[in-house]
Design a protein around this ligand. Sequence first.
Ligand code: GLA
Length: 426
Amino acid sequence: MLLAFTLMLPVTSVLRAQPKPPAPRSNGLALTPPMGWSSWNDFGDEITEQIVLETIDAMVANGMRDAGYVFANLDDGWQRYKGARQEHPLEFDPVKFPRGIKYLADYAHERGMKLGIYSGPGQTTCAGYTGSIGHEAQDAALFASWGIDHLKYDSCCSHRAAPQAELQRVFRTMSNELMKQKRGIVLHACHCGWGDIWKWAADLGVNHWRIGQDISDDFNYPGNREKYYFDVLDQLDRGVGLEQYSGPGHWNDYDMLIVGLNGKSRQLVGTGASNTEYRTHFSLWAMVDSPLLVGSDVRHLDAYTLATLTNKEIIALNQDKGGSIAERVVDNGEQQIFSKELEDGSVAVLLLNRGAATADMTFLPRRDLGAPMDRFSVRDLWAHTDLGSHDTAFTTEVQSHEARVFLIRQLATSVNGRLQPDATAH
Ligand code: GLA
């Protein structure tokens, strides 16, 4: 009888009876990876109002803002008190920030920039300052009243061993409170790459999450890894296989950039990297759509470093609206090729030489990149030079620890003497 009744149900009712997965929460922000500056990698908690104001001025004057770096983010150390939240309120340090945080946000906004701040879900943050536990609604409202645009919410120390359900609860709580505010606030859930955070954070409305522990100021120095820090290649390898979780509004975060630290960070371990290695690091972070948050002192960048950070052709890969993440398509150990499809059908190709000696590297779009291009143009995005059209494998020299980055476009092919249409020509 029951069977007969069930069979007679109209199809639409049967469909309606299926349980619906909950809709992912979204604040509609960070549709391309956030770009800006963050205080931590160089200054640690020794930040002041003067440093932030001078940083904003420098980013306007040196072209960084116009290249897309609009966030000036205060990391840990802006708070007044060290110690548990149950014993202290959350206030700005009046000695470091005599005119308060709203003054900084207004200053940033008047100059076409945004201001970010830092807190965490525990009693204390990683550097021991008061956290947000039990006061999430109050803190989200406070940040919004100051004009904050970005919150790094850091659970690395307070929740290192917390079960996944508890992690989800604390990030959901803050995400919900931020979404109640009138202004949009980008949310970074910083959990140092633990708890499979990439699998669930986007559904809570998180805009980016770290995929690894803190970066060190090294290109490749395996010893740090055991001591907590990941170098550039560690972070890169960590992201292989996680591409599927990243996309517009919710990004894998490979940690803040070390370009320009030159081994002089007041905070990070590491002896620094060469100019070539910093450029490779920057190219890789752009290709995998990591947020581009500069960690060095941008008030004093040398010309080469500034040219690295403001290469608009490399930044365009990171900010491409298509949001497809570069994949490692060739892996010969020391030589690797990464490929990223852009919204307009062109393809960015990165040739990485991790080895100690210069190597010749080769790619053919169909064979190596899965790109159906038989005749293609090649542009070198660091030399800013067109390298002509090609219909055989493209081979070039790549120095030790260098990344060469090319943009390739399909060109019209000739079949029986007749030109075929070029799908991607502008
Ligand atoms: C953790 C984070 C860092 C930084 C510090 C601040 O270590 O991973 O990026 O925010 O906390 O204390």
